[in-house]
Each structure stands twice: as structure tokens, then as C-alpha cells.
Design a protein around this ligand. Structure first.
Ligand SMILES: CC(C)(COP(=O)(O)OP(=O)(O)OC[C@H]1O[C@@H](n2cnc3c(N)ncnc32)[C@H](O)[C@@H]1OP(=O)(O)O)[C@@H](O)C(=O)NCCC(=O)NCCS
Length: 320
């Protein structure tokens, strides 16, 4: 059984023109266009969270998306053994990327090589990828930050419906606002990792799942698996949640569940020991990459223009 946990730190990546243009050539055309069309604050996790984390650094947001695409292709290429140029990624109706061609990862119960599942998340300073053989996987990363435009109590009030009364009691038991926010984002990442594993996106009633956190504290060195999920008020042992800190502010949750095999009843996978995230460099990201399209210099112009737009806005506001 294979397992991949990769992280790329976009917060410290300032792509050169040649890096950016090369990266753009190595992803599918429609994904490149999708990244190009990204306008800050448009695709909010929640408007408030996005506003505080994204508009201040559009360059990082674009880089996160680009890195995410490269992480996906690298994983399919290196772990599933599919040449970069043959990989065809598509999205489910709810937006979850999957490998459409070649069909090498399709379930093949008799082969002894269970299908891979993968998922991406990008937020704060990192893009992360989790992939697992023989299990459904969802990943979510959240950075602990102060809300951009309201007090912490007001922020929590707006988010009331995202968590159960029990979860709020745990979140609000933190001794400081920072500890409460850290617990808030930890719960958020857990919930989102489950939603992303099942691929439903918006529309899932978040009150149906409730997390009971591991009493053991999280540290940046190890991944923990003690946190339990209750689904519809029953503890659900089919799902395992792997939690880790990439640094003191970035919390990652990986949800692992029974493989979604349409031809057979779901099997409870026996997961390998928890793996911590490996930090990749840009050279690692593109190590197996090969260009799919011609160089498009306009892509760099558009990137620079978007990256500088918030700065220009700030300057305009400052001078009026
Ligand atoms: C996409 C969604 C599932 C997660 O998005 P997000 O948490 O804002 O962003 P993340 O960075 O963690 O994940 C985005 C990536 O997930 C993947 N993704 C998109 N739709 C997905 C889906 N339905 N299921 C799983 N993964 C999905 C994509 O790879 C996407 O990145 P890309 O567009 O660059 O390829 C989001 O639309 C959503 O519906 N979230 C639930 C909203 C909610 O109320 N959460 C509250 C939790 S307390």
C-alpha cells in the first residue's frame, strides 16, 4: 500500500519568469486557464477567511494553485508510473480532480494493486497533496490567523453553524484568542478533509459530523491518528484522521476512509503507519515534468499584473 504526503511552501517561492512559464507549460491547458482566471477573493473558502488570507497576497494564491497542479501531476507520474504527457486529469461535477486517463488507477480488486486516491489543498503559505492506495483520501490545510475584519467573538458568531455545540465548547475553552482560533482551524481542517474525501463539497450538513480531538498535543514532527469522528452521533471507526502541523500556524488534516469501489462493498483499509509531510523544493516539483504546451509569454504578464494589482490598489488608497 502506498502513501504520499507532500507539501510545497509557496510563501517563500517567488517564481522567476522562466520558472513560471515552464510551470504553466507543464499543466493541462484548461487548468492553466483556470489558474489565470483566478481573481482574488472570488473562490472563497468563506469570504471572511479568504479576505484575511488571500487578498493581501494574490501572488501567493496564484502560486499555490500552480503548485497544486504540479503536485498532482508529479504524484500521478512518479507514484502511479504514468508518463507526464499521458496524464489526463478531469474534475467531478463537484470539482474534485481525478485521473481520467489512462485508466491505470481504476480499481482492480484481483491485481493486488489497489487504486490510488489523491486530493489537494492550498491555503496560507502551503500547497499540500495527500495520496493513498486502497482508501478514499481528503486533505485540508488551514493557517491560524486573526480574522481580517471582525473581532474573534463576532467571527465565531458568524461561523456558528459550521460546528456542533460540543465542538464549540472545545474551541472556546482555549485560554487565549489565539488558542481558540487554533482549535477553530483544527476542527475546520478535520471537517473539510472529510468533506473533500467524500467529494460532496458544499451542501453537506456539517452538523452531521463531530470531531473528538486527540488528548495528545500536536507537534510539527509527528502525525497523530487519535482524533475520532462521530457521524450522525455514532463514532465512526471506518474513518481515520491523520493530523499534523507543518509549522506552528499551519494545521493539516488527512481523512482516510474505505475505498469507494462501485463493484464491491467498501472494505476497511488497513492503513500504514502515519506519514509526516515531506517539504518539496521547486526543483522537486518539476523533476518529472515535461511541457504539454508551447510557451505563452502572456501568462507571465497576466501573473505579474494580478500579483501587483493589490499593491497598486493600496497605493491608490494611500494617496487619496
Ligand atoms: C472545494 C471545496 C470542497 C474545498 O475547498 P477549499 O477548502 O476552499 O480549498 P482547498 O484548498 O482545501 O481545496 C481546493 C482543492 O480541492 C480540490 N477540490 C475541488 N472540489 C473538490 C471536491 N468537491 N471534493 C474534494 N476536493 C475538491 C481541488 O483540487 C481544489 O484545488 P484546485 O481547484 O486548485 O484544483 C469547497 O468548495 C467546499 O465546498 N468546502 C466546504 C465548505 C464548508 O462549508 N466548509 C466548512 C468546514 S467547517
Amino acid at each position: 500500500m502506498g502513501s504520499v504526503r507532500w507539501a510545497f511552501r509557496c510563501g517563500s517561492w517567488t517564481p522567476s519568469r522562466s520558472d513560471w512559464l515552464f510551470a504553466a507549460r507543464c499543466v493541462q491547458r484548461e487548468e492553466k486557464d483556470r489558474i489565470g482566471q483566478f481573481v482574488f477573493a472570488k473562490d472563497a473558502k468563506s469570504a471572511m477567511i479568504q479576505l484575511s488570507l488571500c487578498t493581501s497576497n494574490t501572488l501567493a494564491c496564484l502560486s499555490l494553485r500552480q503548485a497544486g497542479r504540479l503536485l498532482l501531476r508529479k504524484c500521478v507520474c512518479e507514484r502511479m508510473g504514468i508518463p507526464w504527457s499521458e496524464i489526463r486529469l478531469e474534475r467531478s461535477p463537484k470539482g474534485k480532480p481525478y485521473l481520467a486517463a489512462p485508466m491505470k488507477v481504476s480499481p482492480d480488486p484481483g491485481s493486488g494493486h489497489p487504486a490510488w486516491s489523491f486530493n489537494l489543498s492550498h491555503q496560507g503559505d502551503y500547497a499540500v497533496l495527500a495520496a493513498e492506495q486502497g482508501a478514499q483520501v481528503g486533505v485540508d490545510i488551514m493557517k491560524t490567523t486573526m480574522p481580517g475584519s471582525s473581532s474573534v467573538p463576532e467571527f465565531f458568531r458568524i461561523m456558528t453553524r459550521q460546528f456542533t455545540a460540543y465542538e464549540w465548547s472545545v474551541i472556546q475553552s482555549g485560554a487565549s484568542e489565539h488558542q481558540q482560533l487554533a482549535a477553530f482551524y483544527r476542527h475546520w481542517a478535520l471537517k473539510e478533509s472529510f468533506i473533500k474525501a467524500i467529494g460532496t463539497g458544499l451542501g453537506f450538513n456539517l452538523q452531521r459530523v463531530e470531531f473528538h480531538l486527540s488528548p495528545e498535543p500536536l507537534t510539527p514532527k509527528y502525525a497523530l491518528r487519535q482524533t475520532k469522528m462521530h457521524l450522525d452521533e455514532e463514532e465512526d471507526d471506518d474513518w481515520v484522521f491523520e493530523e499534523s502541523l507543518l509549522d506552528t500556524d499551519h494545521h493539516v488534516a488527512v481523512a482516510l476512509g474505505p475505498a469507494d469501489n462501485a463493484d464491491s462493498a467498501p472494505l476497511r483499509p488497513s492503513f500504514p503507519p502515519p506519514t509526516s509531510f515531506t517539504l518539496l523544493s521547486f526543483s522537486d516539483l518539476i523533476a518529472s515534468a515535461s511541457p504539454l504546451t508551447e510557451e505563452d509569454p502572456a501568462c507571465w504578464d497576466s501573473f505579474k499584473m494580478k500579483a501587483e494589482a493589490p499593491l497598486r490598489q493600496k497605493e491608490t488608497h494611500a494617496s487619496t
